[in-house]
Design a protein around this ligand. Structure first.
Ligand SMILES: NC(=O)c1ccc[n+]([C@@H]2O[C@H](COP(=O)([O-])OP(=O)(O)OC[C@H]3O[C@@H](n4cnc5c(N)ncnc54)[C@H](OP(=O)(O)O)[C@@H]3O)[C@@H](O)[C@H]2O)c1
Length: 261
């Protein structure tokens, strides 16, 4: 059995569902002790912890809204108090309100900004205190191909928040690199999770996915595990000389408005 994250301690924000859930479970399988963070889905977070523990791993769950600095402080302190340290942070939690620039409400834009951008800043700031001291750390930000110009309708302002995550990744790699902290990002394309489902029926979803396959060179749709495997690589020391990078995990998507990365 490979254990690429043996004895590492990780926080995965928003790991009660979707991509974050897969990352938390895969990290634990690779030997990491994991803090499962959530904001509303207590039962789902508990199910993730139970699954990890049932498979011989170690995990705790902490409720914290990443948009609130005091709750993030509690998240990081609880993890450090429980497991003794913090090595890996995955900034995965995000919200997406679909809508064009003409119809998205200001409150929705504010919420996306607070969770998707300020949330990442709050979490990075809290873990960096510990990582700088120990001169080791891995920060992985989940951005999106929306940020690099995919032709997806109703995602412009969400894309804006995810573009901010890309520049944050590069700037933090620059700021934190001297302390032995790697900061990278993963840009998934579409992954059928709750975020993508958003009120669609099963039939609607299947029709959309069929169409989506035609926009992907590999002609298949990603699963959360496809993203989690890349997160394991970036969290492990196999990627120790990689920082400030955005790894696009999109099956070779071909509907870019621009492809300038
Ligand atoms: N799915 C896609 O097609 C896709 C494509 C590109 C990028 N991404 C990115 O991948 C990441 C995961 O997306 P997903 O599709 O897995 O999303 P999802 O299924 O909607 O799950 C979102 C997760 O984030 C948590 N969360 C939301 N707001 C939070 C807050 N304020 N504080 C703490 N946790 C919060 C949720 O917790 P609760 O369960 O407690 O609400 C949940 O665990 C996001 O960064 C997203 O932007 C997704």
């Amino acid at each position: 059995m490979t254990c690429r994250l043996n004895n590492r301690v990780a926080i995965v924000t928003g790991s009660s569902r979707g991509i974050g859930r897969s990352i938390a479970i895969m990290f634990a399988r690779e030997g990491a002790k994991v803090c499962v963070n959530y904001v509303g889905s207590e039962d789902k977070a508990r199910a993730v912890v139970n699954e990890i523990v049932a498979n011989g791993g170690e995990a705790i769950m902490v409720r914290a809204d990443v948009s609130k600095p005091d709750e993030v402080k509690h998240l990081v302190e609880t993890t450090v108090n429980t497991f003794g340290t913090i090595d890996i942070l995955v900034n995965n939690a995000a919200v997406m309100y679909p809508g064009s620039i003409m119809d998205l409400r200001d409150e929705e834009l504010d919420r996306m900004w607070k969770v998707n951008v300020k949330g990442v800043i709050h979490c990075c700031r809290e873990v960096a205190k510990y990582m700088i001291e120990k001169k080791y750390g891995k920060i992985i930000n989940i951005t999106s191909t929306a940020a690099i110009g995919t032709a997806s309708h109703s995602t412009t302002l969400y894309a804006l928040t995810k573009a901010a995550v890309i520049i944050l990744t590069r700037r933090l790699a620059f700021e934190l690199g001297p302390y032995g902290i790697n900061v990278n990002a993963i840009a998934p394309s579409f992954v059928p999770t709750d975020m993508f489902l958003q009120g669609r029926t099963k039939e609607e979803l299947e029709a959309i996915l069929e169409k989506r396959k035609e926009t992907v060179s590999l002609r298949k749709i990603a699963t959360p595990d496809d993203i989690a495997r890349v997160a394991v690589f970036l969290a492990s020391d196999e990627s120790s000389y990689i920082t400030g990078q955005v790894i696009v995990v999109d099956g070779g998507r071909i509907d870019y408005l621009t492809h300038s990365l």
